[in-house]
Design a binder for this molecule. Structure first.
Ligand code: HEM
Length: 505
């Protein structure tokens, strides 16, 4: 019995020491920050799984406490020290001027080629020269001209969306979930633009949509926590980000698309064509080439459909904005690709959603924020200077957090940031380029690693919103935006909002 109790005591003590031995990391470097506690670090609500909070809202709380007092602070995720950047100007420098010092995304450390053969080569994950090569290979697919070339497919998806909603209304089912619409229309455009294949996304059962929604491996929470606290487990028993079944299904789909194209000698100047050329030129394996195809899918599907779904919800909740957008769309002479970029209120609505908003639950909690925290890793030592002139050496390997949501939610930059207010982006001070240059509007990141698919995403979102307001009036029937959860990899909120659609005469 004594041995048993001694064992427990010894185990407890070792665990305590393991969890806390590094807690003076920032103190030793003269960097201030909230006091870490054993196990929870500086994120008690996230670590203890408070149902009314999440990592992003807790990051915003810390941000607000230290903002304007320091340019950066030291925080701890469980036991791991990270540097949180508070100064918008420093954020821009990290993205742009100091790029070579912060060139890698931290997620690259937890994705492994054996477990995730399609995900590992993704530009978002790739590092060093491999990243550069991937980005250079794929960049021609995402120019404005290419996106313009993809527009007829997006228009076709929009027309199918109209028929889909009309059919539902006719059959007496006018209550439709916004997530349903956003996922189907995005999947349809993506599949056609990517492969020249019909996703049949508006059918009752679409293989493409169903597989897309099951793309991410659901790792049990306790495993995620354990693996974060003991990073060595990542190396011994690496997690899979994308499920095995999805990998196999996706490679099969890619092979089918290539086969169809080669067999029928189809010539199209699209993404698949670019990938097939690359495969030949670089003598790539099918899996490596499918990994290139996967970029569009993985980085594009959930992000675009999430932002689109939340934009539809906001227009449904804010009837005056919906009407204003409708008036603008109806007054425009035609609906071509170039016309989409001549509608200032549409721009403002899209930016208003990219900014994200907090939803107050039980007085304080914010959910449904912008989905991305940006985690970067220091790739070359650098000295950063705090507001009081103190210089701190940030060593290679240090992880940093760019708290996008916290900046997007700060009242110094956005008056009443919780309010959906597209008008804030229509006046001089709300020019998105000015805000981006100031470091306080980064929905797509910035610098050499800026999102590759932003033009496609914006075009797709704009086209769908125009189509909806042009053809339907829609309002909220049931709102049930639950706090964000980690669905797969990203912090997307569970959008279960139901809308009622009426056909416009
Ligand atoms: C509204 C939708 C989207 C949002 C909000 C979004 C946002 C972002 C953000 C914040 C980053 C990180 C930038 C950085 O590290 O500095 C990123 C990277 C990336 N995005 Fe997007 N994205 C969206 C849609 C898309 C689409 C549709 C595609 C592809 C078709 C795409 C492809 C990529 C790629 C390849 C990267 C990695 C770039 C690199 O590290 O070099 N994204 N995106």
């Amino acid at each position: 019995m004594v041995t048993f109790l001694f064992g427990i005591f010894f185990f407890g003590l070792s665990l305590y020491l393991y969890l806390t031995w590094n807690f003076d990391y920032w103190k030793r470097r003269g960097v201030v920050g909230p006091r870490p506690r054993p196990y929870v670090g500086t994120f008690p609500k996230t670590a203890l799984m408070d149902k009314n909070s999440n990592y992003i809202s807790e990051t915003s709380e810390i941000f607000r406490k230290y903002y304007r007092k320091h340019r950066f602070i030291g925080i701890f995720e469980y036991r791991e020290p990270k540097l949180m950047i508070l100064d918008p100007a420093l954020t821009v420098d990290i993205y742009v001027k100091y790029f070579k010092h912060f060139a890698d995304n931290t997620m690259s450390e937890t994705v492994f080629a054996k477990q995730d053969p399609l995900f590992k080569p993704n530009p978002f994950i790739a590092t060093g020269s491999e990243w550069k090569e991937r980005r250079t290979d794929l960049a021609p697919a995402f120019t404005m001209l290419r996106v313009k070339g993809m527009y007829p497919v997006i228009e076709d998806s929009c027309q199918r969306l109209v028929s889909y909603i009309n059919d539902l209304i006719e059959s007496g089912q006018s209550i439709i979930a916004s997530k349903n619409i956003a996922c189907r229309v995005t999947a349809n455009s993506l599949c056609s633009n990517m492969y020249g294949l019909d996703a049949k996304a508006f059918d009752d059962h679409s293989d493409f949509v169903e597989n897309s929604l099951r793309m991410f491996e659901q790792v049990p929470t306790f495993r995620t926590i354990l693996w974060t606290i003991f990073p060595v487990l990542n190396k011994l028993f690496p997690n899979r980000s994308v499920s095995k079944e999805f990998n196999e299904w996706f490679i099969g789909l890619y092979k089918m698309a290539v086969e169809l194209r080669s067999k029928n000698n189809i010539q199209r100047d699209d993404y698949l064509n670019l990938l097939m050329d690359l495969q030949k030129k670089k003598n790539m394996s099918v899996t490596s080439s499918a990994a290139n195809a996967f970029v569009f899918f993985l980085d594009g599907f959930e992000t675009t459909s999430y932002i689109l779904g939340s934009a539809i919800n906001e227009l449904a909740k804010n009837k005056n904005c919906q009407e204003k957008l409708r008036a603008e769309v109806k007054s425009s002479k035609s609906r071509g690709f170039d016309d989409l970029n001549q509608l200032p209120y549409l721009d403002a609505v899209v930016n208003g959603n990219l900014m994200g908003r907090g939803r107050k639950v039980k007085k304080t909690t914010r959910v449904s924020p912008f989905p991305f925290p940006i985690w970067k890793t220091c790739t070359e030592n650098i000295e950063l200077t705090d507001l009081d002139g103190r210089v701190v050496l940030i060593e290679k390997g240090t992880k940093i957090i760019l708290p996008t949501t916290a900046m997007h939610q700060h009242p110094d930059y956005y008056h009443d940031p919780d309010k959906f207010n597209p008008e804030r982006f229509t006046t001089g001070a709300g020019d998105p380029k000015t805000l981006k240059d100031a470091g306080v509007f980064n929905p797509f990141g910035n610098g050499p690693r800026i999102c590759m698919g932003m033009r496609w995403a914006i075009c797709n979102i704009k086209a769908v919103l125009c189509t909806l307001v042009d053809n339907f009036e829609f309002s909220v029937r049931v709102t049930e935006e639950k706090p964000s959860t980690i669905t797969g990899m990203l912090f997307f909120s569970n959008n279960t909002t139901q809308l009622e659609f009426k056909r416009l005469q």
